[in-house]
Design a protein around this ligand. Structure first.
Ligand code: NAP
Length: 451
């Protein structure tokens, strides 16, 4: 058990008292602090085991680690809350490869980047936090600012990303491809990852959104993704999960028609409570794979029939894909002629197989998508701040129980998102805008109440 230092206690108390810039800037930064890590000398611990037997509770540690040195255009932040994303699961089971390879590569980029190459990896790609210090060159943010962090870490020194920062050759995901992620009392970020915190949300509700919400935004809204328009039918896999729960909201906000896929009646109820009337329980469909090598096209047709039963016979304009190998063949098959399959992941396996005749003869398109550029992340957060997109957090765990939280996500036992309270000692703290909260209280707390 790693205890709080006096410096950390003072930082927490100052934040709880809403201390101003000067007071926060005057607080000493401790030399070391608590952080959730995986360790390089354990990266072979699950060798030979199938994925489902790799247990994050064994690889995830709560350690005392050094606070990194602050560089130009960076900020040190006191993390009040973070969340579990699937990338934390990937890091903790060392799949598809140990993330130490990313840290080593990043470490070679410059003297400053060398800080990331350590024998431990501090994970976490979301944070609701308070700025403690800013490095040279930071103009927009100051100590005491209450912020949300998006996870697009990019320097933009080459031309590739100048129109779309996700295209930068050195782009990485903070807390996955970089060190010093959000599952730590004090974290290091680039100043351009910072966004204003939605003040009608608690620390953990706010922190549960940025990664999945921004990803869903890019996949569906605008020319970088599927460019959804009013009236489009969108098939949403995992509609009560992290990505899916936000997709349902973006589809509805944009005038589209979501058709959610889930694996239980309980989840169907959750998705319907979000206002997605059309739900398919995939456990009632025949399996798409009859064995590890063979897909059953009759099962694809059964999915298509189930979709049409909800849409008056129409096929989906857009299929929102992330399960990967298990569902991708069916996704390509069921998309409308001229429709779009937009994919950002391969949870069940990254070697997809589909029947290309259905793609080319029916003029369908597959779009690869990954997180979100600065602007998309900012727009997604703006919609949350306006009370148009809501958290789907079902519960939160204290930092000490991150291993259990990641285990639940790995095993598909959770609903929506799981928050992690880092410096916030209790759930429900950090809310300043009570009026907006009251207005949207039913939506904000939906997953907390119904799970
Ligand atoms: P999540 O909260 O675990 O949700 C995933 C959902 O997928 C589950 O709720 C589950 O719903 C469904 N699912 C699981 N196995 C399935 C299967 N065999 N067939 C169909 N559906 C299945 O995870 P998430 O946060 O949404 O992330 C999903 C994936 O996207 C992960 O691989 C993650 O790494 C990736 N991701 C990528 C990006 C990016 O920027 N590229 C960003 C975020 C996430 P049911 O069991 O109810 O059907």
């Amino acid at each position: 058990m790693v205890a709080d230092s006096d410096e950390i206690k003072a930082i927490r108390e100052a934040i709880e008292a809403q201390a101003g810039t000067e007071d926060i800037a005057a607080l000493p930064i401790p030399a070391s602090t608590r952080a959730i890590t995986v360790r390089a000398d354990e990266q072979e611990m699950f060798e030979g085991l199938p994925s489902h037997e790799k247990d994050p509770r064994k690889s995830i540690h709560l350690d005392e680690v050094a606070v990194p040195e602050l560089g130009p255009n960076e900020a040190l932040i006191a993390v009040m809350a973070s969340s579990i994303n699937f990338n934390t699961v990937w890091t903790s089971i060392f799949e598809p490869l140990p993330t130490f390879a990313f840290l080593k590569r990043r470490g070679k980029m410059s003297e400053l980047h060398a800080r990331h190459d350590l024998p431990y990896h501090i994970m976490g790609s979301d944070a609701a936090a308070v700025v403690l210090r800013v490095g040279p060159g930071v103009t927009k943010w100051k100590p005491g600012d209450r912020v949300l962090v998006h996870c697009n870490d990019v320097d933009l020194q080459g031309p590739e990303g100048h129109n779309d920062s996700m295209l930068d050759a050195q782009q990485g995901i903070w807390g996955f491809e970089t060190n010093f992620g959000g599952l730590s009392d004090i974290s290091l970020v680039k100043a351009n990852q910072l966004m204003p915190k939605p003040e009608h949300l608690s620390w953990e509700e706010a922190a549960s959104g940025p990664l999945v919400s921004s990803t869903a935004y890019r996949m569906l809204v605008g020319k970088n993704g599927a460019n959804m328009k009013q009236g489009d039918t969108v098939l949403v896999w995992g509609a009560s999960g992290g990505l899916g729960g936000y997709a349902v909201q973006y589809v509805k906000n944009g005038g589209g028609i979501p058709v959610g896929v889930v694996s239980s009646e309980k989840r169907a109820g959750l998705v319907q409570a979000m206002g997605c009337e059309r739900v398919i329980n995939r456990s009632e469909l025949p399996p798409f794979w009859s064995d590890e090598q063979t897909q059953d096209q009759r099962a694809w047709r059964a999915l298509g029939k189930a979709i049409r039963s909800h849409t008056g016979g129409e096929d989906p304009d857009i299929v929102y894909e992330h399960p990967g190998r298990s569902s991708f063949g069916a996704s390509v098959f069921v998309a409308k002629r001229g429709g779009t399959i937009v994919t950002c992941a391969s949870t069940t396996g990254y070697k997809h197989e589909f029947d290309n005749r259905y793609l080319w003869m029916n003029l369908k398109r597959i779009i690869g998508s990954h997180f979100a550029n600065y602007r998309e992340a900012w727009e997604a957060n703006r919609l949350t701040r306006l009370g148009m997109i809501h958290p789907i957090m079902s519960r939160s765990f204290p930092l000490e129980q991150t291993g259990e939280a990641a285990y639940q996500v790995h095993k598909n036992m959770h609903e929506g998102k799981i928050g992690v309270r880092v410096l916030a000692q209790e759930a429900g703290q950090g809310i300043l805008d009570k009026e907006t909260r009251e207005k949207h209280i039913d939506e904000i707390t939906l997953f907390q109440r119904l799970t």
